[in-house]
Design a protein. Structure first.
Length: 212
């Protein structure tokens, strides 16, 4: 019994140390940037030693990757929570998109995931992280909408990539001061534009002022 308690206690201490390092690193990466943050600052902010840092992470880049992974996971969790309340597959995609923009509004998150992430880890590594989290939720939502016939059947991977890129661009624009409501409106229109023909409301040409 004592051995099991000791092992559990060791696991808890290990997790606590990792969390302190990730939290301290995130704060400094946002305040100063990855390039301007040194490992001595990180361990000092975490109240730990450099030995503790290198016991858990190979280097500063590996620590940054852990920060990015956790941020991406939190974004995906917000998307899944909001999309789960939807009444239709298209509503799920729209609510999920709104949740993504809201989650990316957390201070520092856009910089970490969309700017510093690709620069520090490389585009391929960030795509893998996104594929496990945000883009995974989008891909699953699109696949579900196709299965139910709510949207047209299109190549899933390119569709996920291109629609995901549109959301990323919107998040960057909003972080730079862009109009949130306007970007939400455009993204919702993109999603509704994927609707299968049978689910669209037919508009007669004359209603649009067009000649027959």
């Amino acid at each position: 019994m004592q051995d099991r308690n000791d092992r559990r206690s060791n696991r808890e201490r290990t997790q606590e140390t990792r969390e302190k390092l990730i939290e301290a690193a995130r704060r400094l990466f946002v305040e100063k940037s990855y390039a301007e943050t040194g490992t001595p600052e990180i361990v000092a902010a975490a109240g730990l030693t450099r030995g503790a840092l290198y016991h858990h992470f190979a280097d500063k880049q590996a620590l940054f990757q852990a920060v990015a992974e956790r941020e991406a996971a939190r974004v995906a969790q917000e998307i899944e929570t909001e999309a789960g309340a939807a009444r239709s597959p298209i509503d799920a995609l729209i609510l999920g998109g709104d949740a993504y923009l809201a989650a990316m509004a957390v201070p520092g998150r856009t910089r970490l995931l969309l700017l510093d992430g690709p620069a520090v880890l490389g585009r391929a590594a960030m795509d893998e992280i996104d594929g496990r989290h945000g883009n995974r939720t989008l891909r699953e939502g699109l696949a579900a909408a196709m299965r139910t016939g709510a949207i047209r059947r299109l190549p899933l991977d390119p569709l996920t990539s291109q629609l995901g890129a549109a959301f990323d661009r919107a998040a960057l624009a909003i972080a730079a001061g862009g109009d949130l409501a306007a970007h939400r409106e455009v993204l919702a229109a993109l999603i509704k534009g994927l609707a299968a023909q049978s689910t669209r409301k037919t508009t007669h040409p004359t209603q649009l002022g067009l000649p027959l």
